[in-house]
Design a protein around this ligand. Structure first.
Ligand SMILES: [Fe+2]
Length: 510
């Protein structure tokens, strides 16, 4: 049994005696069971308890997301040891691609697919080498996008012989600052070296350069001084292509929502019930839209959580996290069963705070019925042929603080910056805590049709180079904290997308 304890310890888990006993008395192949536990366990858990193992051994629950994820096409990191080579779907007696709902009764709609997220694929240990690998992966992915438009040279080649010559470089921004004389100075790094890039205050680029944030990857053309400095002539962000791939004509409508904050005193239960009555066809619907809703995507903060901010107890109507999820499940379970739902977590949910976040754990998933699909944050899903990138949006806090012109009232502007930077959460060391996975799951590797965020409690809708960027608001009314901070939420306003045309409407249930 020592070997088993050791195996869990190597992956950063402790195991309680009851759980160890469950493994010891398991009648099947123990090694297979350990692999299964390691590949299914929620990465935020420190101590593996008997309940976690019971959840994993439950055949229906384990089946769901791994069957869906077995079709993964991007960003799925090969598990490093944890469950490596394990055919999870096979273990559960189901074929890959054989999609099922949580209840195991209803098949996923043919137009629905989970493409990738972090759940069950975390490689993060948090050692120095992990950070090196994580940033190298970010650099190489974004460099590949930029290389299509720039013929670049490595930074190490900028010797004396290059003095006065124009060069193109792709670098990660190690630092960006304004000098006492008002010039902007970047420290740009690539795997071969570092260079100081100067944007003079009277340059046409100066205003553009105020959008540069630390740790993003961008391209420059510049004149080298042959001595470790370059004077920037153009800035190039990876950006979205000008022409987007054509969209398969889907059918029906998708509701995008987020930040229910069930359990908070400020959760707008009446408004939610009006929404449910509408979608279920229990009230008159002159628009005829309700019956055409095929999907609901929730971008995090399903519950208010506990201990998220100082003094939160005073704002809670339900003080137990599991009771909060039971109440949230009741809210969603009352929606008609032919609507497929995608649930991604946020910073108030019961998963690790560091991004990327895994899907909600089985101990919570069990409260939900119907066609629920639990995905990580961020996650790529395909609905009716349209690719939807779901991200809670915590990085909007950092972007609002760093980039001029960004505000909580217009979150879509920060989302457009994400698209331009081809990264959901570029700044390291700000509000967002980043888990150094071997791959950077926050790179926007291809243009999505829809980018869906939440977090800031304000509805914002923009169309940028063929991508529809939608922040889906909240179901929580203005809290005392928000009043003090002068934050004006737009609760109970629901963006709904026509999957044939990508046109967006905003419905009000307040
Ligand atoms: Fe949030």
């Amino acid at each position: 049994m020592l070997e088993i304890v050791q195996r869990f310890a190597e992956k950063g888990y402790q195991i309680e005696p009851e759980a160890l006993e469950m493994i010891r008395s398991y009648s099947g192949a123990r090694e297979e069971l350990v692999g299964q536990i390691l590949s299914n366990i929620d990465g935020s858990i420190v101590v593996i308890r008997a309940g976690h193992i019971s959840d994993i051994l439950s055949p229906c629950e384990g089946l769901v997301r791994h069957a869906c994820n077995s079709e993964a096409s991007y960003g799925v990191v090969a598990p490093s040891g944890a469950g490596e080579g394990l055919d999870v779907a096979g273990l559960h007696g189901s074929k890959a691609g054989d999609f099922h709902s949580l209840s195991g009764k209803e098949p996923c709609r043919p137009g629905f697919e989970v493409n990738s997220d972090i759940t069950g694929n975390s490689t993060c240990v948090g050692e120095y080498e992990d950070f090196v690998r994580y940033f190298r992966d970010r650099y190489s992915k974004i460099r590949e996008i930029l290389s299509r438009r720039l013929n670049v040279r490595p930074i190490e080649s900028l010797g004396k012989s290059m003095a006065g010559r124009e060069v193109s470089l792709i670098g990660m921004v190690m630092d960006v600052r304004t000098t006492a004389k008002g010039h902007r100075v970047l420290e740009l790094e690539d795997p071969t070296g570092m260079v100081v890039a100067i944007i003079q205050k009277d340059s046409e680029l100066f205003e553009q350069s105020s959008y540069i944030v630390p740790d993003e990857v961008l391209g420059v053309t510049a004149v080298s001084d042959g001595n470790g400095r370059v004077f920037v002539k153009t800035l190039l962000w990876p950006d979205m292509p000008n022409q987007c791939k054509s969209l398969e004509a889907g059918t029906g409508f998708t509701v995008l929502t987020s930040d229910l904050h069930v359990g908070s005193k400020y959760f707008m239960e009446d408004a939610w019930e009006r929404f449910v009555a509408w979608i279920n066809g229990d009230v008159e619907d002159p628009s005829g839209l309700a019956s055409q809703v095929k999907y609901i995507v929730i971008a995090g903060d399903l519950v208010d959580g506990i201990g998220i901010y100082p003094g939160q107890e005073g704002d809670l109507a339900i003080k137990d996290i599991y009771e909060q999820y039971e109440a949230a499940a009741q809210c969603l379970n009352s929606i008609r069963k032919d609507v497929e739902m995608v649930l991604s977590p946020g910073n108030h949910d019961i998963v690790r705070q560091a991004e990327p976040q895994p899907a909600l754990p089985m101990s919570v998933q069990k409260f939900f019925s119907g066609s629920m699909h639990f995905v990580g944050d961020p996650a790529w899903v395909t609905l009716e042929g349209a690719s939807v990138l779901v991200y809670h949006g915590r990085s909007i806090d950092d972007l609002v603080m760093r980039v001029p012109g960004m505000s909580y009232n217009e979150p879509e502007k920060a989302m457009v910056e994400m698209l331009r930077k081809r990264h959901l959460s570029p700044i390291y060391g700000g509000r967002v805590s980043i888990a150094p996975e071997h791959q950077d799951h926050c790179v926007i590797h291809e243009p999505p049709n829809i980018l869906h965020c939440g977090h800031v409690h304000t509805v914002g809708i923009a169309r940028y180079k063929g991508v529809v960027a939608i922040n889906s608001g909240t179901w929580q009314s203005q809290t005392e904290f928000q009043k003090k901070m002068n934050i004006q939420p737009t609760p109970a306003a629901v963006p709904i997308v026509d999957m044939a045309t990508m046109k967006v409407k905003k419905l009000l249930f307040a």
